[in-house]
Design a protein around this ligand. Sequence first.
Ligand code: FAD
Length: 465
Amino acid sequence: MTPPRDPATSPTIVWLRDDLRVADNPALTAAAERGAPVVVLYLLDEQSRGIRPLGSASRWWLHHSLEALAASVSEIGATFVLRRGAAAVELPRLVSDIAAGAVFWNRRYGGPQREVDAALKSSLRDLGLTVQSFQANLLHEPWTVTTGSGTPFRVFTPFWKSCLAAAPPREPLPEPTSLDGVEGVDSDSVGDWALLPTRPDWAGGIREAWTPGERGALAQLERFAAHDLAHYDTARDAPGGEATSRLSPYLRFGEISPFQVWQRTQRGELDAAARRNAPKFLSEIGWREFNWNILFHAPDLHEKNFRADFDAFPWQAPDPRDLEAWQQGRTGIPFVDAGMRELWQTGYMHNRVRMVVASFLIKNLLVDWRIGEQWFWDTLVDADEASNPGNWQWVAGSGADAAPYFRIFNPLLQAEKFDRDGAYQRRYLPELGTDDYPQPIVDLKKSRDLALAAYEQVKRAGESG
Ligand code: FAD
């Protein structure tokens, strides 16, 4: 029998997952309000059923993010604990180690994660603990945004209109101060988890490009709101200009919350031009919300076509040489190659180029979108369970509110339009214009015609189904 806990003094566990921050963290704020000592837990769970293992670039990010979080948690006085294993085993173990009286967390929206959380909520409550979950990572939780007839939205514009018409997002919460911790709790050290690459260490370019952690996130938001937001609408499509916020990995790991982003770019101090551009920027935050809404209703989004008629699509088994050329940025199509090398070197790729490289793989090489999605999953620092498959399916035509399949990007025209002076392509392709740069691996016009013919099969399947 577990000894009775004194509700006022038994410690609170705050279980952090995709919310690696101390500011605007409702679970942490609730723990501070409860008044007892606080243990902040991060669990590396690679065992629970259905949870997708992190890709390599995400593991790199997580390592540094946890180091930053450990420092912030100790600054506010709480104890930071790392454990590894299935949540259903490890969380009750920590509860028993410290005789915790309450467990708080912020909600997750993926299918397997919700199953884990629901089971723990009920089993810990059965043990007599106070267990509470909070809204922290989406402005609008999926079950709160539905069409007039109560069904989920499948089209972005009415979805976002409905979000904008709802009660405005709450103000961000300040970070708690002067918490008490718990002495002597066992913890792994983040180095034990071997999240960083060693042989070889391919992360040099990523290290140069990014500063993971909450402070880096807030600095990035501030820089963007003060400088680039003012010309976001016109400059966001040019990959050479770096005019977008670059908040995606921070949002992915929850080092910043969408409430903080909303507050700074909607209510914060902005000049007139920034104010004019804010709605466009926020609609991109809206696409993040939309993808999570879709994933909530279709938890197998990275495996299954959202539109079932695409199951009839005649994907080609990829030629390993072509696939490798795409992955390594050696297709002979400069805009595609620059994007793929940006990804490899920095763990990031500009959105316009992501669309072009995805279209090239899917429509010019007729490779199943799932293969490209998996490569992005492994190499992006912002690899997101909802937005990555959501966008791949958007490009493929199989997704929610997707680009029509027959709209096939011409990567040469895209480069002319969005990288007119070629600066972006030259940055990543120093050998461009020399004999070392490869010939195109595919004829753009012929492959486009083949893709359109393949799409006819989907259309026929749709008509007969
Ligand atoms: P900004 O333009 O400053 O936008 C602000 C924020 O809005 C972003 O940080 C992001 O959180 C959100 N956002 C912007 N565009 C989108 C979008 N199309 N879908 C969903 N959210 C969006 N984004 C990810 O966060 N993770 C992914 O794994 C991911 N995979 C993608 C795969 C493909 C094939 C494509 C075409 C796009 C993908 N995106 C993904 C969306 C988009 O490319 C990135 O969010 C964006 O480039 C990040 O840069 P930023 O933060 O400067 O964006």
